[in-house]
Design a protein. Structure first.
Lengths: 475, 483, 100
């Protein structure tokens, strides 16, 4: 836990509920397009408009994605039953949400953070998204709005809600949990997982307790958190709010609160006097899902490598920083790195290029090309400045670095040639050489400049320095 | 004249034959029925809407197809009345509720589509108890329907309009929905045949839901064979209904004549005097049916269905619970009635308070209560367990018996207004029909004699799931004997 | 066994169901609901701990559809029937009680 923020005797307790929009072609219960950015109310049909008489039919791909995620999170995949969650709200066309309640698809798993810590997953269930309500009026918020407008394009888009156990103890863990979950989802290819666009939405259940205490205290559910950064800020604000209340002899009441990014605070949410009674019951219009052992075995078999395994492979190479491993896996550049290393590229340099010089994408670059480039650098056939330029070209155009270097006129100035040049300069400028040898480092620039001049800047400054130092010590 | 039933009915199969062979045009058949409607509808009030123009256009289209040598299907030119809780594209669908004022569905219910494809002429939308909640068709926002056999009596409900339409000769076929007896009880009270198919045997897509796990769509007809023909047309798997059975049976007519020899028939003793409130004349008439079957070669025995005692209670918890959720969507936001308010919540409340009738409000509140935290286990949870007990009772009986027999309704048609003030008395009307809905089994009512008041009595035949063929055979045998 | 429904509870369920009752209606509905719930006492009294609840009448499982697009409605199919519309969206009066 971020010790600076919280007073020593308080412990932070966080459980996260993450909603993920699945990247199916169609909605969860009808064949309408699951598509972002269409004209309002154009991706709708009787089912997702909740027209009288319409009935839901489950999208098998959505169910498959949900089971894939469940297995990736080491959950048991179970016989599941859909339920209705009843409450009135205009963004829900039926005034109930079809979700899973006491028999969800996935139960009891865990997520391993890059640090190796495991956070328990209570459940990961399937449910439908709601429509989108826009509040019209001067404030732009609900309070003070004159009226609201509803678009049902989003209604019925398949969601998975992943509910963690309240086992998160620090803000860093909370952020790492969400980004690791995102990595897993991206590895599975079941969602585009963009937090800013709302295809991943995070609600945080926050409470605090005194160190050593066993029971959980009252929690508040924080909604409207749109980035990892605001997740951290929201948790911090809320925990401190609870601590202040307790220290003033008060206690927080259990409620939903909204994170206000601009104000940097949470606000009391929807006053749902009737919300505590959702009157869940089995959705009679849908039948239970009961995946066969074969289906689950197939999912396990086809499971892509998980980020933790992928980081493990990089770790086997030694010498790669843990933060770089996480970054490579997040960017999906780890397999590329391994190929480049297998192709003869020195691990450290390969990773350095990927992390520092290739953050905006690999373009037409191949692992073989990167391997060759690193080799050329190591043999000093090319300077690091030249290497960067070649890399830029490789990303743009593809091809191999040796050919590109020639084409770009990056003449190879070999070690021998450089030594000859340096020796010649020493002879021609003996005064300066004496000064260099007696420790006047200012004249070093003079020698390097002269070599650069006669090689049109294609020599490697480091190598020149090396030669100068060798000559000086062997004098 | 206090009765408007015709001397003789023309059957759907006869009409379809005559139309297909061009002995008579679909349009002429339609006009004959429209004339009857013109003559008596003001007394009966079977319809919320007679779709004269659309019906004429459909009949002309059928005639045109026939003249072009096209195959027009088994219901060519047959006028069909549709209960007004089934969606008809572009035609108002109200569920006899004010809350759906002005709503025209943008789609046809699967059943309606299948009927059209079979060549039927849809003549209109029939009256019902609001959202199918009732047993007398008095709970309609558009006024009650009257029994064609005696206009001072109710037709039963909730599909009272459909039953009355067939009994009055307005249409040889009508479609209804049955959640706790809403096809069979009005069929019995109006002296026509009414069938509740196996749950999942006929698509519910486009049926305005009352209680989703109990609702089934089925036919009314003047003969068992006509009902079977229509059942074949509307039945079968529908990918738009998740509860639709993939191997749903839809061939009944071919085997209808097989008789009842060697069949074992059980008489449900609880519904033959075991439970209070079932009138002696109905029990007597059912006993005559028993001897008829016995004489025809069936082996008939009295059996016990112990859980039947609890069905009424279980039903009046389960059905309202599902209904309370199903009817939430009528909130004034997307379609139908809106009564304005200062804010959204007020608008919701104003709309629903003004849009729903008392019986609907009663059931919504009952269901909300049964599902609410703290009462779920005692009421709804318990009711679901009774349902399981009942299913086990039936399964046990069907090891030994092919079909079961009972009265359909505890009594003949009662007077309008007689039971409206006491919901519980009204609910008891469903006591014989509810068990089949709770377990999803098929059951049907056929007219079998009449009471002292001269009003029709119906006998109910119950069968195991997807065994409608046997049910129709038994019904057909009884029908022949009663003629 | 709980006591039969009180008028306060009827008021509460009416609120949950977005219905308003006059004081007269409250009395009538309370009596009527009580009558039904009293009848249901026979079910409440049953000892059914070992019985599995039955939500669906028939044991169907795994009915699903392929992830294939279907034709959708045009706004002109349903918006003209909506009580209030603006810019292709459904208009509702202001929503109370979202934020403090």
């Amino acid at each position: 836990m971020n010790q600076e923020i919280f007073k020593d005797n308080w412990e932070l307790i966080v459980g996260l509920e993450v909603h993920v929009e699945l990247a199916t072609k169609t909605k969860l219960f009808c064949g309408c397009l699951n598509q972002f950015g269409s004209e309002p109310n154009t991706n709708v049909c009787p089912v997702c408009l909740g027209l009288p008489g319409s009935l839901p039919v489950v999208n098998e791909t959505a169910v498959y994605y949900a089971m894939q995620l469940g297995r990736a999170l080491r959950c048991s995949v179970n016989r599941s039953v859909f339920a209705r969650k009843n409450y009135f709200y205009p963004d829900m066309p039926k005034d109930y949400q079809i979700s899973q309640y006491d028999m969800p698809t996935n139960l009891n798993g865990y997520l391993e953070l890059p640090t190796g810590e495991a956070i328990g997953i209570e459940r990961a269930h399937i449910e439908e998204d709601t429509g989108k309500t826009t509040h019209i009026g001067t404030s732009g918020r609900i309070s003070g709005s004159d009226y609201s407008l509803v678009d049902y394009n989003r209604a019925g888009i398949p969601l998975i809600e992943i509910v963690s156990e309240p086992e998160i103890r620090t803000i860093e863990q909370a952020k790492a949990y969400v980004s690791e979950l995102r990595n897993i989802i991206l590895a599975l290819g079941i969602s585009d997982a963009k937090m800013e666009e709302g295809s991943i939405r995070v609600d945080a259940n926050v409470s605090v307790r005194e160190n050593g205490e066993d029971n959980l205290r009252t929690r508040c559910e924080i909604k409207n958190v749109n980035s990892l950064k605001s997740l951290g800020r929201a948790i911090e604000y809320e925990a401190n709010r609870h601590i202040s209340l307790y220290e003033n002899g008060e206690s927080p009441k259990q409620e939903t609160r909204h994170w206000d990014e601009d104000a940097g605070r949470t606000r009391s949410g929807r006053s749902k006097e009737d919300a505590e009674d959702y009157r869940y019951f089995t959705e009679p219009d849908l039948v239970p899902l009961n995946p066969s052992k074969e289906t689950i075995a197939k999912i396990d078999q086809e499971m892509p490598e998980m980020p933790s395994e992928r980081r493990g492979k990089l770790a086997d190479l030694n010498g790669i920083k843990s933060s770089d491993m996480t970054l490579l896996v997040e960017r999906d550049h780890d397999a590329f790195a391994l190929d480049a290393i297998k192709g003869g590229g020195e691990p450290e340099k390969v990773v350095k290029h990927l992390v520092n010089n290739l953050s905006s994408g690999l373009g037409a670059l191949t692992p073989e090309a990167l391997a060759q480039l690193v080799q050329m650098e190591n043999k000093s056939e090319i300077t690091s400045t030249q290497a960067k330029k070649v890399l830029g070209e490789l990303v743009q155009r593809g091809g191999m670095p040796a050919n590109l270097a020639t084409e770009l006129g990056f003449e190879v100035v070999g070690l021998n040639d450089l030594e000859k040049l340096v020796d010649q300069l020493i002879n021609e400028h003996s005064d300066e050489w004496e000064r260099f040898c007696s420790g006047d480092t200012k004249v070093q620039g003079f020698f390097v400049g002269q070599v650069m001049k006669s090689t049109s800047g294609q020599a490697d400054g480091k190598i020149i320095n090396q030669i100068l130092n060798e000559r000086a010590t062997s004098k | 004249m206090n009765s408007v039933t015709p001397e003789q009915y023309q059957s759907a199969s006869e009409i379809a034959d005559l139309v297909a062979t061009r002995e008579i045009s679909a349009l002429e058949i339609l006009e004959r029925h429209l004339n009857k409607i013109e003559e008596h509808e003001k007394d009966v009030h079977a319809f919320n809407l007679v779709t004269i123009n659309e019906a004429r256009a459909a009949a002309k289209e059928t005639d045109k197809l026939i003249s072009e040598g096209e195959n027009v299907g088994p219901l060519a030119g047959v006028p069909v009345a549709i209960k007004d809780n089934l969606c008809t594209k572009g035609i108002p669908t109200t569920a006899s509720s004010k809350i759906l004022e002005g709503w025209n569905p943008p789609y046809d219910a699967t059943v309606v589509r299948k009927l059209k494809e079979a060549g039927a002429t849809i003549v209109g939308k029939t009256n019902l108890d609001e959202f199918a909640m009732g047993s007398s068709t008095e709970n309609s926002a558009f006024g009650p329907t009257r029994n064609p056999h005696d206009l001072t009596c109710v037709p039963g409900g909730s599909s009272g309009g459909s039953a009355a339409a067939v009994a009055a000769g307005f249409a040889p076929i009508a479609i209804g929905s049955d959640t706790g007896g809403s096809i069979r009880q009005p069929a019995a009270l109006c002296g026509v045949v009414g069938v509740k198919p196996t749950y999942g045997g006929v698509s519910r897509y486009g049926l305005l839901a009352f209680a989703s796990s109990l609702d089934q769509v089925g036919p009314f007809a003047t003969s068992v064979k006509d009902a079977a023909i229509v059942h074949e047309v509307i039945g079968g798997y529908d990918p738009l209904d998740s509860t639709s059975i993939k191997q749903a049976p839809n061939s009944f007519v071919n085997e209808i004549d097989q008789g009842v020899k060697k069949l074992k028939v059980g008489i449900i003793s609880e519904l033959m005097g075991g439970i209070d409130g079932i009138t002696q004349e109905v029990i007597d008439q059912t006993n005559i049916a028993v001897s008829t079957l016995s004489n025809a070669g069936a082996q008939v025995e009295e059996v016990s269905l112990p859980a039947a005692l609890y069905c009424l209670s279980a039903y009046y918890l389960i059905a309202p619970a599902e209904a309370s959720s199903n009817l939430s969507r009528y909130d004034g936001v997307r379609y139908g009635l809106r009564v304005d308010g200062a804010n959204l919540q007020e608008m919701n409340v104003n709309t629903r308070t003004e849009g729903f009738g008392d019986e609907v409000k009663r059931r919504i509140m009952l269901g909300t209560y049964a599902l609410s935290a703290g009462y779920y286990d005692a009421y709804y949870g318990k009711a679901l367990k009774v349902r399981r007990l009942l299913a086990e009772n039936f399964a046990e009986l069907y090891k030994d018996y092919d079909v079961l027999l009972s009265p359909t309704s505890p009594c003949t048609a009662f007077k309008l207004g007689a039971k409206v003030d006491d919901p519980m008395t009204m609910y008891v009307n469903d006591v014989c029909t509810i068990p089949s809905n709770l377990v999803g089994h098929p059951a049907m009512s056929i007219p079998f004699g009449s009471g002292k008041d001269g009003m029709p009595i119906g006998v109910q035949i119950l069968a195991p799931p997807m065994k409608e063929s046997v049910m129709y055979q038994v019904a057909h045998t009884l029908e022949k004997a009663s003629q | 066994m709980s006591d039969s429904i009180s008028s306060d509870e009827v008021k509460h369920v009416a609120h949950l169901a977005r219905l308003r009752l006059t004081s007269e209606e409250l009395v009538t509905f309370t009596d009527q609901l009580r009558a039904v719930l009293d009848h249901a006492k026979d079910v409440e009294a049953l000892e059914l701990n070992d019985v599995e609840p039955m939500s669906h009448p028939l044991p169907i499982e795994n009915t699903m559809r392929k992830d294939i697009p279907n034709p959708m409605l045009k706004p002109s199919d349903f918006l003209p029937q909506a009580p209030a519309v603006e810019g292709g969206r459904f208009l509702v009066p202001k929503i109370l009680g979202e934020e403090e």
